[in-house]
Every structure is written in structure tokens, then in C-alpha cells.
Design a protein around this ligand. Structure first.
Ligand code: ARG
Length: 444
């Protein structure tokens, strides 16, 4: 044991306070953080090349965290001491688990955010591709879950794409907040060791540093902001899941076979199970966010072990988000729209608008004239459903030509977003590559 005398696998207190289980998630990032720290000490002349070499070699061998440690940081330090000997004790200089865990969490989260942003884009692409196939596919729209006016399936799909584009924007913004380095901040006020924090940040592919060391070591606000945006995304997806359940129950759509399951008793059933799970995961995401906010709100500034208990929730939220986006993408790429008969009453608004415009009567009089016929059961429209769609005159409506143009501009926007996230990813990869080059140089 490193920092205390007590402790063993069977020690209830160690197990109670240990983060070993959730630390498995950040193991690679903890190693990378330690690597940057060691190289930084070497570059500043604190440790000799030979020692650095030995420590780095041992670090690369660290593959498994055994129980009985309070956390991965302690396990790693013990591993290095056992494999390198007393010399490995140098790694304790100018670092704390507080700045190291904060760094590892940000590294892991930024990678996951890049993955999420890439997944959102591929769902957007699937939606726009499908929309192009369904520009003239008539579909109902609903308000209050009552039939409203005729629209098209392309109109529905482009709605989802636009919702996702906004979420993409804001999640990308949280990525920039998250991708800042806390490393070199010690336990709370920094260190007397001359660590070049900016250089360390650069080598880890961070955009910037979290300047104030109090903030660097004990804030999780950027991470909570991120999780809250992921939760909003999940809630948006959950509404879509609810729509799909409703549409398929009403035979407007056929969900892919892989997304439905039958009943063990009732052979005719096609239950929309993936969408039901998605809806539940969105609720769980709200629970996760609530847990994070509740743990965080009363904490005094400075590191408190309560922060450790938040870690597991980040990955849960992230994984729910990724799997839900993928499931929706799979569903939309295989979806089939049934030919639907839309009730004539859904044309009443068009008739009222036409009456007002053509006969130059105030809309309210036209409205009452049509409403009276509907009530009496004598309403009959002269319009076809297609006419209703093509009479729509405003941008963003389902009008075949207008939506065709809209899809084109959405595709351009999507291409820009795809390029932006790809460039961001490559920038990180090339910076972390520099760290590797330095490591190789030391090992020669
Ligand atoms: N296991 C801790 C965490 O995940 C690391 C920091 C512990 N710091 C401390 N002073 N006990 O947050």
C-alpha cells in the first residue's frame, strides 16, 4: 500500500472508498496522463534519461488493475515501484491524483464526444438520404395526437435532421470546453516544480489549459454541462422513438424485423422493442444527470471524494447516447412507409385558406363556413392531398420543390460539420503523435 498502512482486498473500508471498478474505463487515459507527466519532468531536467526510460517502459506494461487499491492511480504507482524500484518514486513529484484524474476524465470524454458527433452526423446523413426517397410520400401530421394536415415523410425526416444539427452544434461546443488541460495543477494550488503546463497540454492534444488550479482540480462543471446536453439529445431521440411506436402501431410504417419482437403468446404481434428501450434509456439519462447535479451541488471548492462517485455516470450516459443514435440509424436506414389514406377532413384548413384568399373574405368568416360544413357532415374537398402539399408556400413546409431545395442546403451544412469534426480529430491525433515521437527519442 502506498499512502496508508491499512488496506487489503478484504478490507471493507478500502472497497467502500475504492473507484477501481469505474477506473477501468479511464485506464488508458490515466496512463497517457502519467506519460505526459513523466516526459514533462524529464524535459524540465528533474529525472535522468535512464530513469525516464525505465519508468516509461514499465508504464507501457501496466495492463490490469488488481483489487485492493483505492484507485487506478495508486495501483499504477505501486506497479511502477515494484517494476522499476525506488527510482520510480520520482513520478510523485509535482503531481497529484487530483490533477491526474481530472485530466484522464477530460481525455476520455473528448474522445467519446468525437465519437458521438461522428455518429450524429451519420444519422443525419441517413435521414437526408431517406428524405430524398420520400419527397412525395404522403404522410399525416398530428397536433394533440389528432390528425392535423397532410405532409410528407421527407418533411418528418428533415425535422429530425434539423433537431440533430442543433444538438451537434452545442455538443461540439461542450467538446471545446472539455478539451482543456488540468494537468500540472497538483492537488489544488499547483506545484513548486517547474512544470510547463502549456507544453503538457499541447502534447496531450488539448486546445488550451484550465488556468486556475482550483478549477482545474476540483471543477466538473464542463463535464456536467456536456452530460446535460447529451441528456437533451436523448430526450429529443425519445420523442422520435415515441412517434415511431405510434406510427407503427397505426400501420403508417413498417419497422425493420430486427427492431421488433413478437409475443411469446400472441403470434400476430410486432412489438417495437428497440424504441421502447430507447425511451427508457432517455429516462435513465435524466436520472443520471440528476445524480450528478445532486452529488455536485453541495460540494465545497477543492477536491472531495464525492467527485469520484460521479465518474461512473459519465460513461453510462455516453454509452446510452452512442447506442441509441446507432439504433435509430439502423431503424431509419431500413424503414418502410406504408401507403396511407389520409382522411379528407385534414384538407379543411386548405379549403378555408383558399376561400379567404380567392374570395377575399376575412379568414375567420372562411373558417366558420368550412367548420359549419364539417360539423354538419356536408364538407367535401375539391382538393387532392398532393395539391395541399404543393400549395404550401413557406420555406420549411413539405412543398415538393421547397423541400427538395431544403434537403440540398441541409446536405451542404452536414458536409461542413463532417469536415469540421474530422479536422478536429486529426489535430488531436497529430499532437498526441508528437508525444509518441518524444517518447521514442528517449527510448533510443
Ligand atoms: N479516485 C479518485 C477519483 O476518481 C482520484 C482522486 C483521489 N484523490 C484523493 N485525494 N483521494 O476521483
Amino acid at each position: 500500500m502506498l499512502y496508508r498502512k491499512w488496506g487489503s482486498e478484504k478490507d471493507e473500508v478500502v472497497n467502500y472508498t475504492s473507484s477501481i471498478d469505474s477506473d477501468k474505463e479511464i485506464m488508458e487515459e490515466v496512463k497517457l496522463t502519467m506519460k505526459a507527466h513523466i516526459i514533462s519532468l524529464y524535459l524540465s531536467g528533474y529525472i535522468k534519461k535512464e530513469t525516464t526510460k525505465k519508468i516509461l517502459a514499465a508504464l507501457n506494461e501496466f495492463k490490469e488493475i488488481s483489487q485492493g487499491y483505492e484507485d487506478v492511480h495508486e495501483a499504477l504507482e505501486d506497479f511502477l515501484l515494484k517494476n522499476v524500484g525506488e527510482e520510480a518514486g520520482w513520478i510523485g513529484l509535482g503531481r497529484s491524483r487530483n490533477d491526474h484524474v481530472a485530466t484522464a476524465l477530460r481525455l476520455k470524454l473528448r474522445n467519446k464526444l468525437i465519437e458521438i458527433l461522428t455518429e450524429i452526423n451519420s444519422l443525419r446523413k441517413t435521414l437526408l438520404d431517406k428524405a430524398k426517397e420520400h419527397i412525395t410520400t404522403i404522410f399525416p401530421s398530428y397536433t394533440h395526437l389528432q390528425l392535423a394536415q397532410p405532409t410528407t415523410f421527407a418533411h418528418y425526416l428533415t425535422y429530425i435532421e434539423e433537431e440533430l444539427a442543433s444538438r451537434w452544434e452545442i455538443i461540439f461546443f461542450t467538446l471545446k470546453l472539455v478539451n482543456r488541460s488540468p494537468l500540472g495543477s497538483g492537488a489544488i494550488v499547483g506545484t513548486n516544480v517547474k512544470i510547463d503546463r502549456e507544453k503538457e497540454a499541447e502534447l496531450l492534444g488539448f486546445d488550451d489549459i484550465v488556468y486556475n488550479t482550483l478549477s482545474a482540480t476540483s471543477s466538473r462543471a464542463d463535464i456536467i454541462t456536456t452530460i446535460s446536453e447529451l441528456t437533451v439529445l436523448m430526450v429529443v431521440l425519445s420523442r422520435i422513438a415515441e412517434d415511431l411506436i405510434f406510427f407503427s402501431s397505426n400501420k403508417l410504417l413498417k419497422l425493420p424485423d430486427s427492431h421488433v419482437s413478437t409475443s411469446s403468446l400472441m403470434p400476430q404481434k410486432r412489438n417495437p422493442v428497440t424504441m421502447e428501450i430507447l425511451r427508457a434509456k432517455a429516462s435513465e439519462s435524466i436520472g443520471i444527470l440528476t445524480s450528478l447535479l445532486s452529488i455536485y451541488k453541495g460540494l465545497p471548492t477543492g477536491y472531495n471524494l464525492d467527485l469520484q462517485e460521479m465518474n461512473k455516470y459519465y460513461w453510462l450516459a455516453v454509452n446510452y447516447t452512442i447506442s441509441s443514435i446507432r439504433v435509430l440509424e439502423s431503424l431509419f436506414s431500413q424503414i418502410q412507409v406504408n401507403k396511407v389514406n389520409i382522411d379528407e377532413s385534414s384538407l379543411a384548413t386548405d379549403d378555408a385558406e383558399l376561400l379567404s384568399i380567392n374570395k377575399k373574405v376575412p379568414y375567420r368568416s372562411a373558417y366558420f363556413e368550412i367548420a359549419k360544413k364539417v360539423r354538419e357532415g356536408s364538407y367535401k374537398s375539391t382538393l387532392k392531398i398532393e395539391d395541399s402539399i404543393n400549395m404550401k408556400a413557406v420555406i420549411g413546409s413539405p412543398n415538393f420543390d421547397l423541400i427538395t431545395n431544403l434537403i440540398k442546403s441541409r446536405e451542404t451544412k452536414l458536409e461542413e460539420d463532417e469536415k469540421e469534426i474530422e479536422a478536429y480529430k486529426l489535430k488531436i491525433i497529430s499532437k498526441v503523435g508528437e508525444l509518441q515521437v518524444i517518447e521514442n527519442g528517449i527510448e533510443e
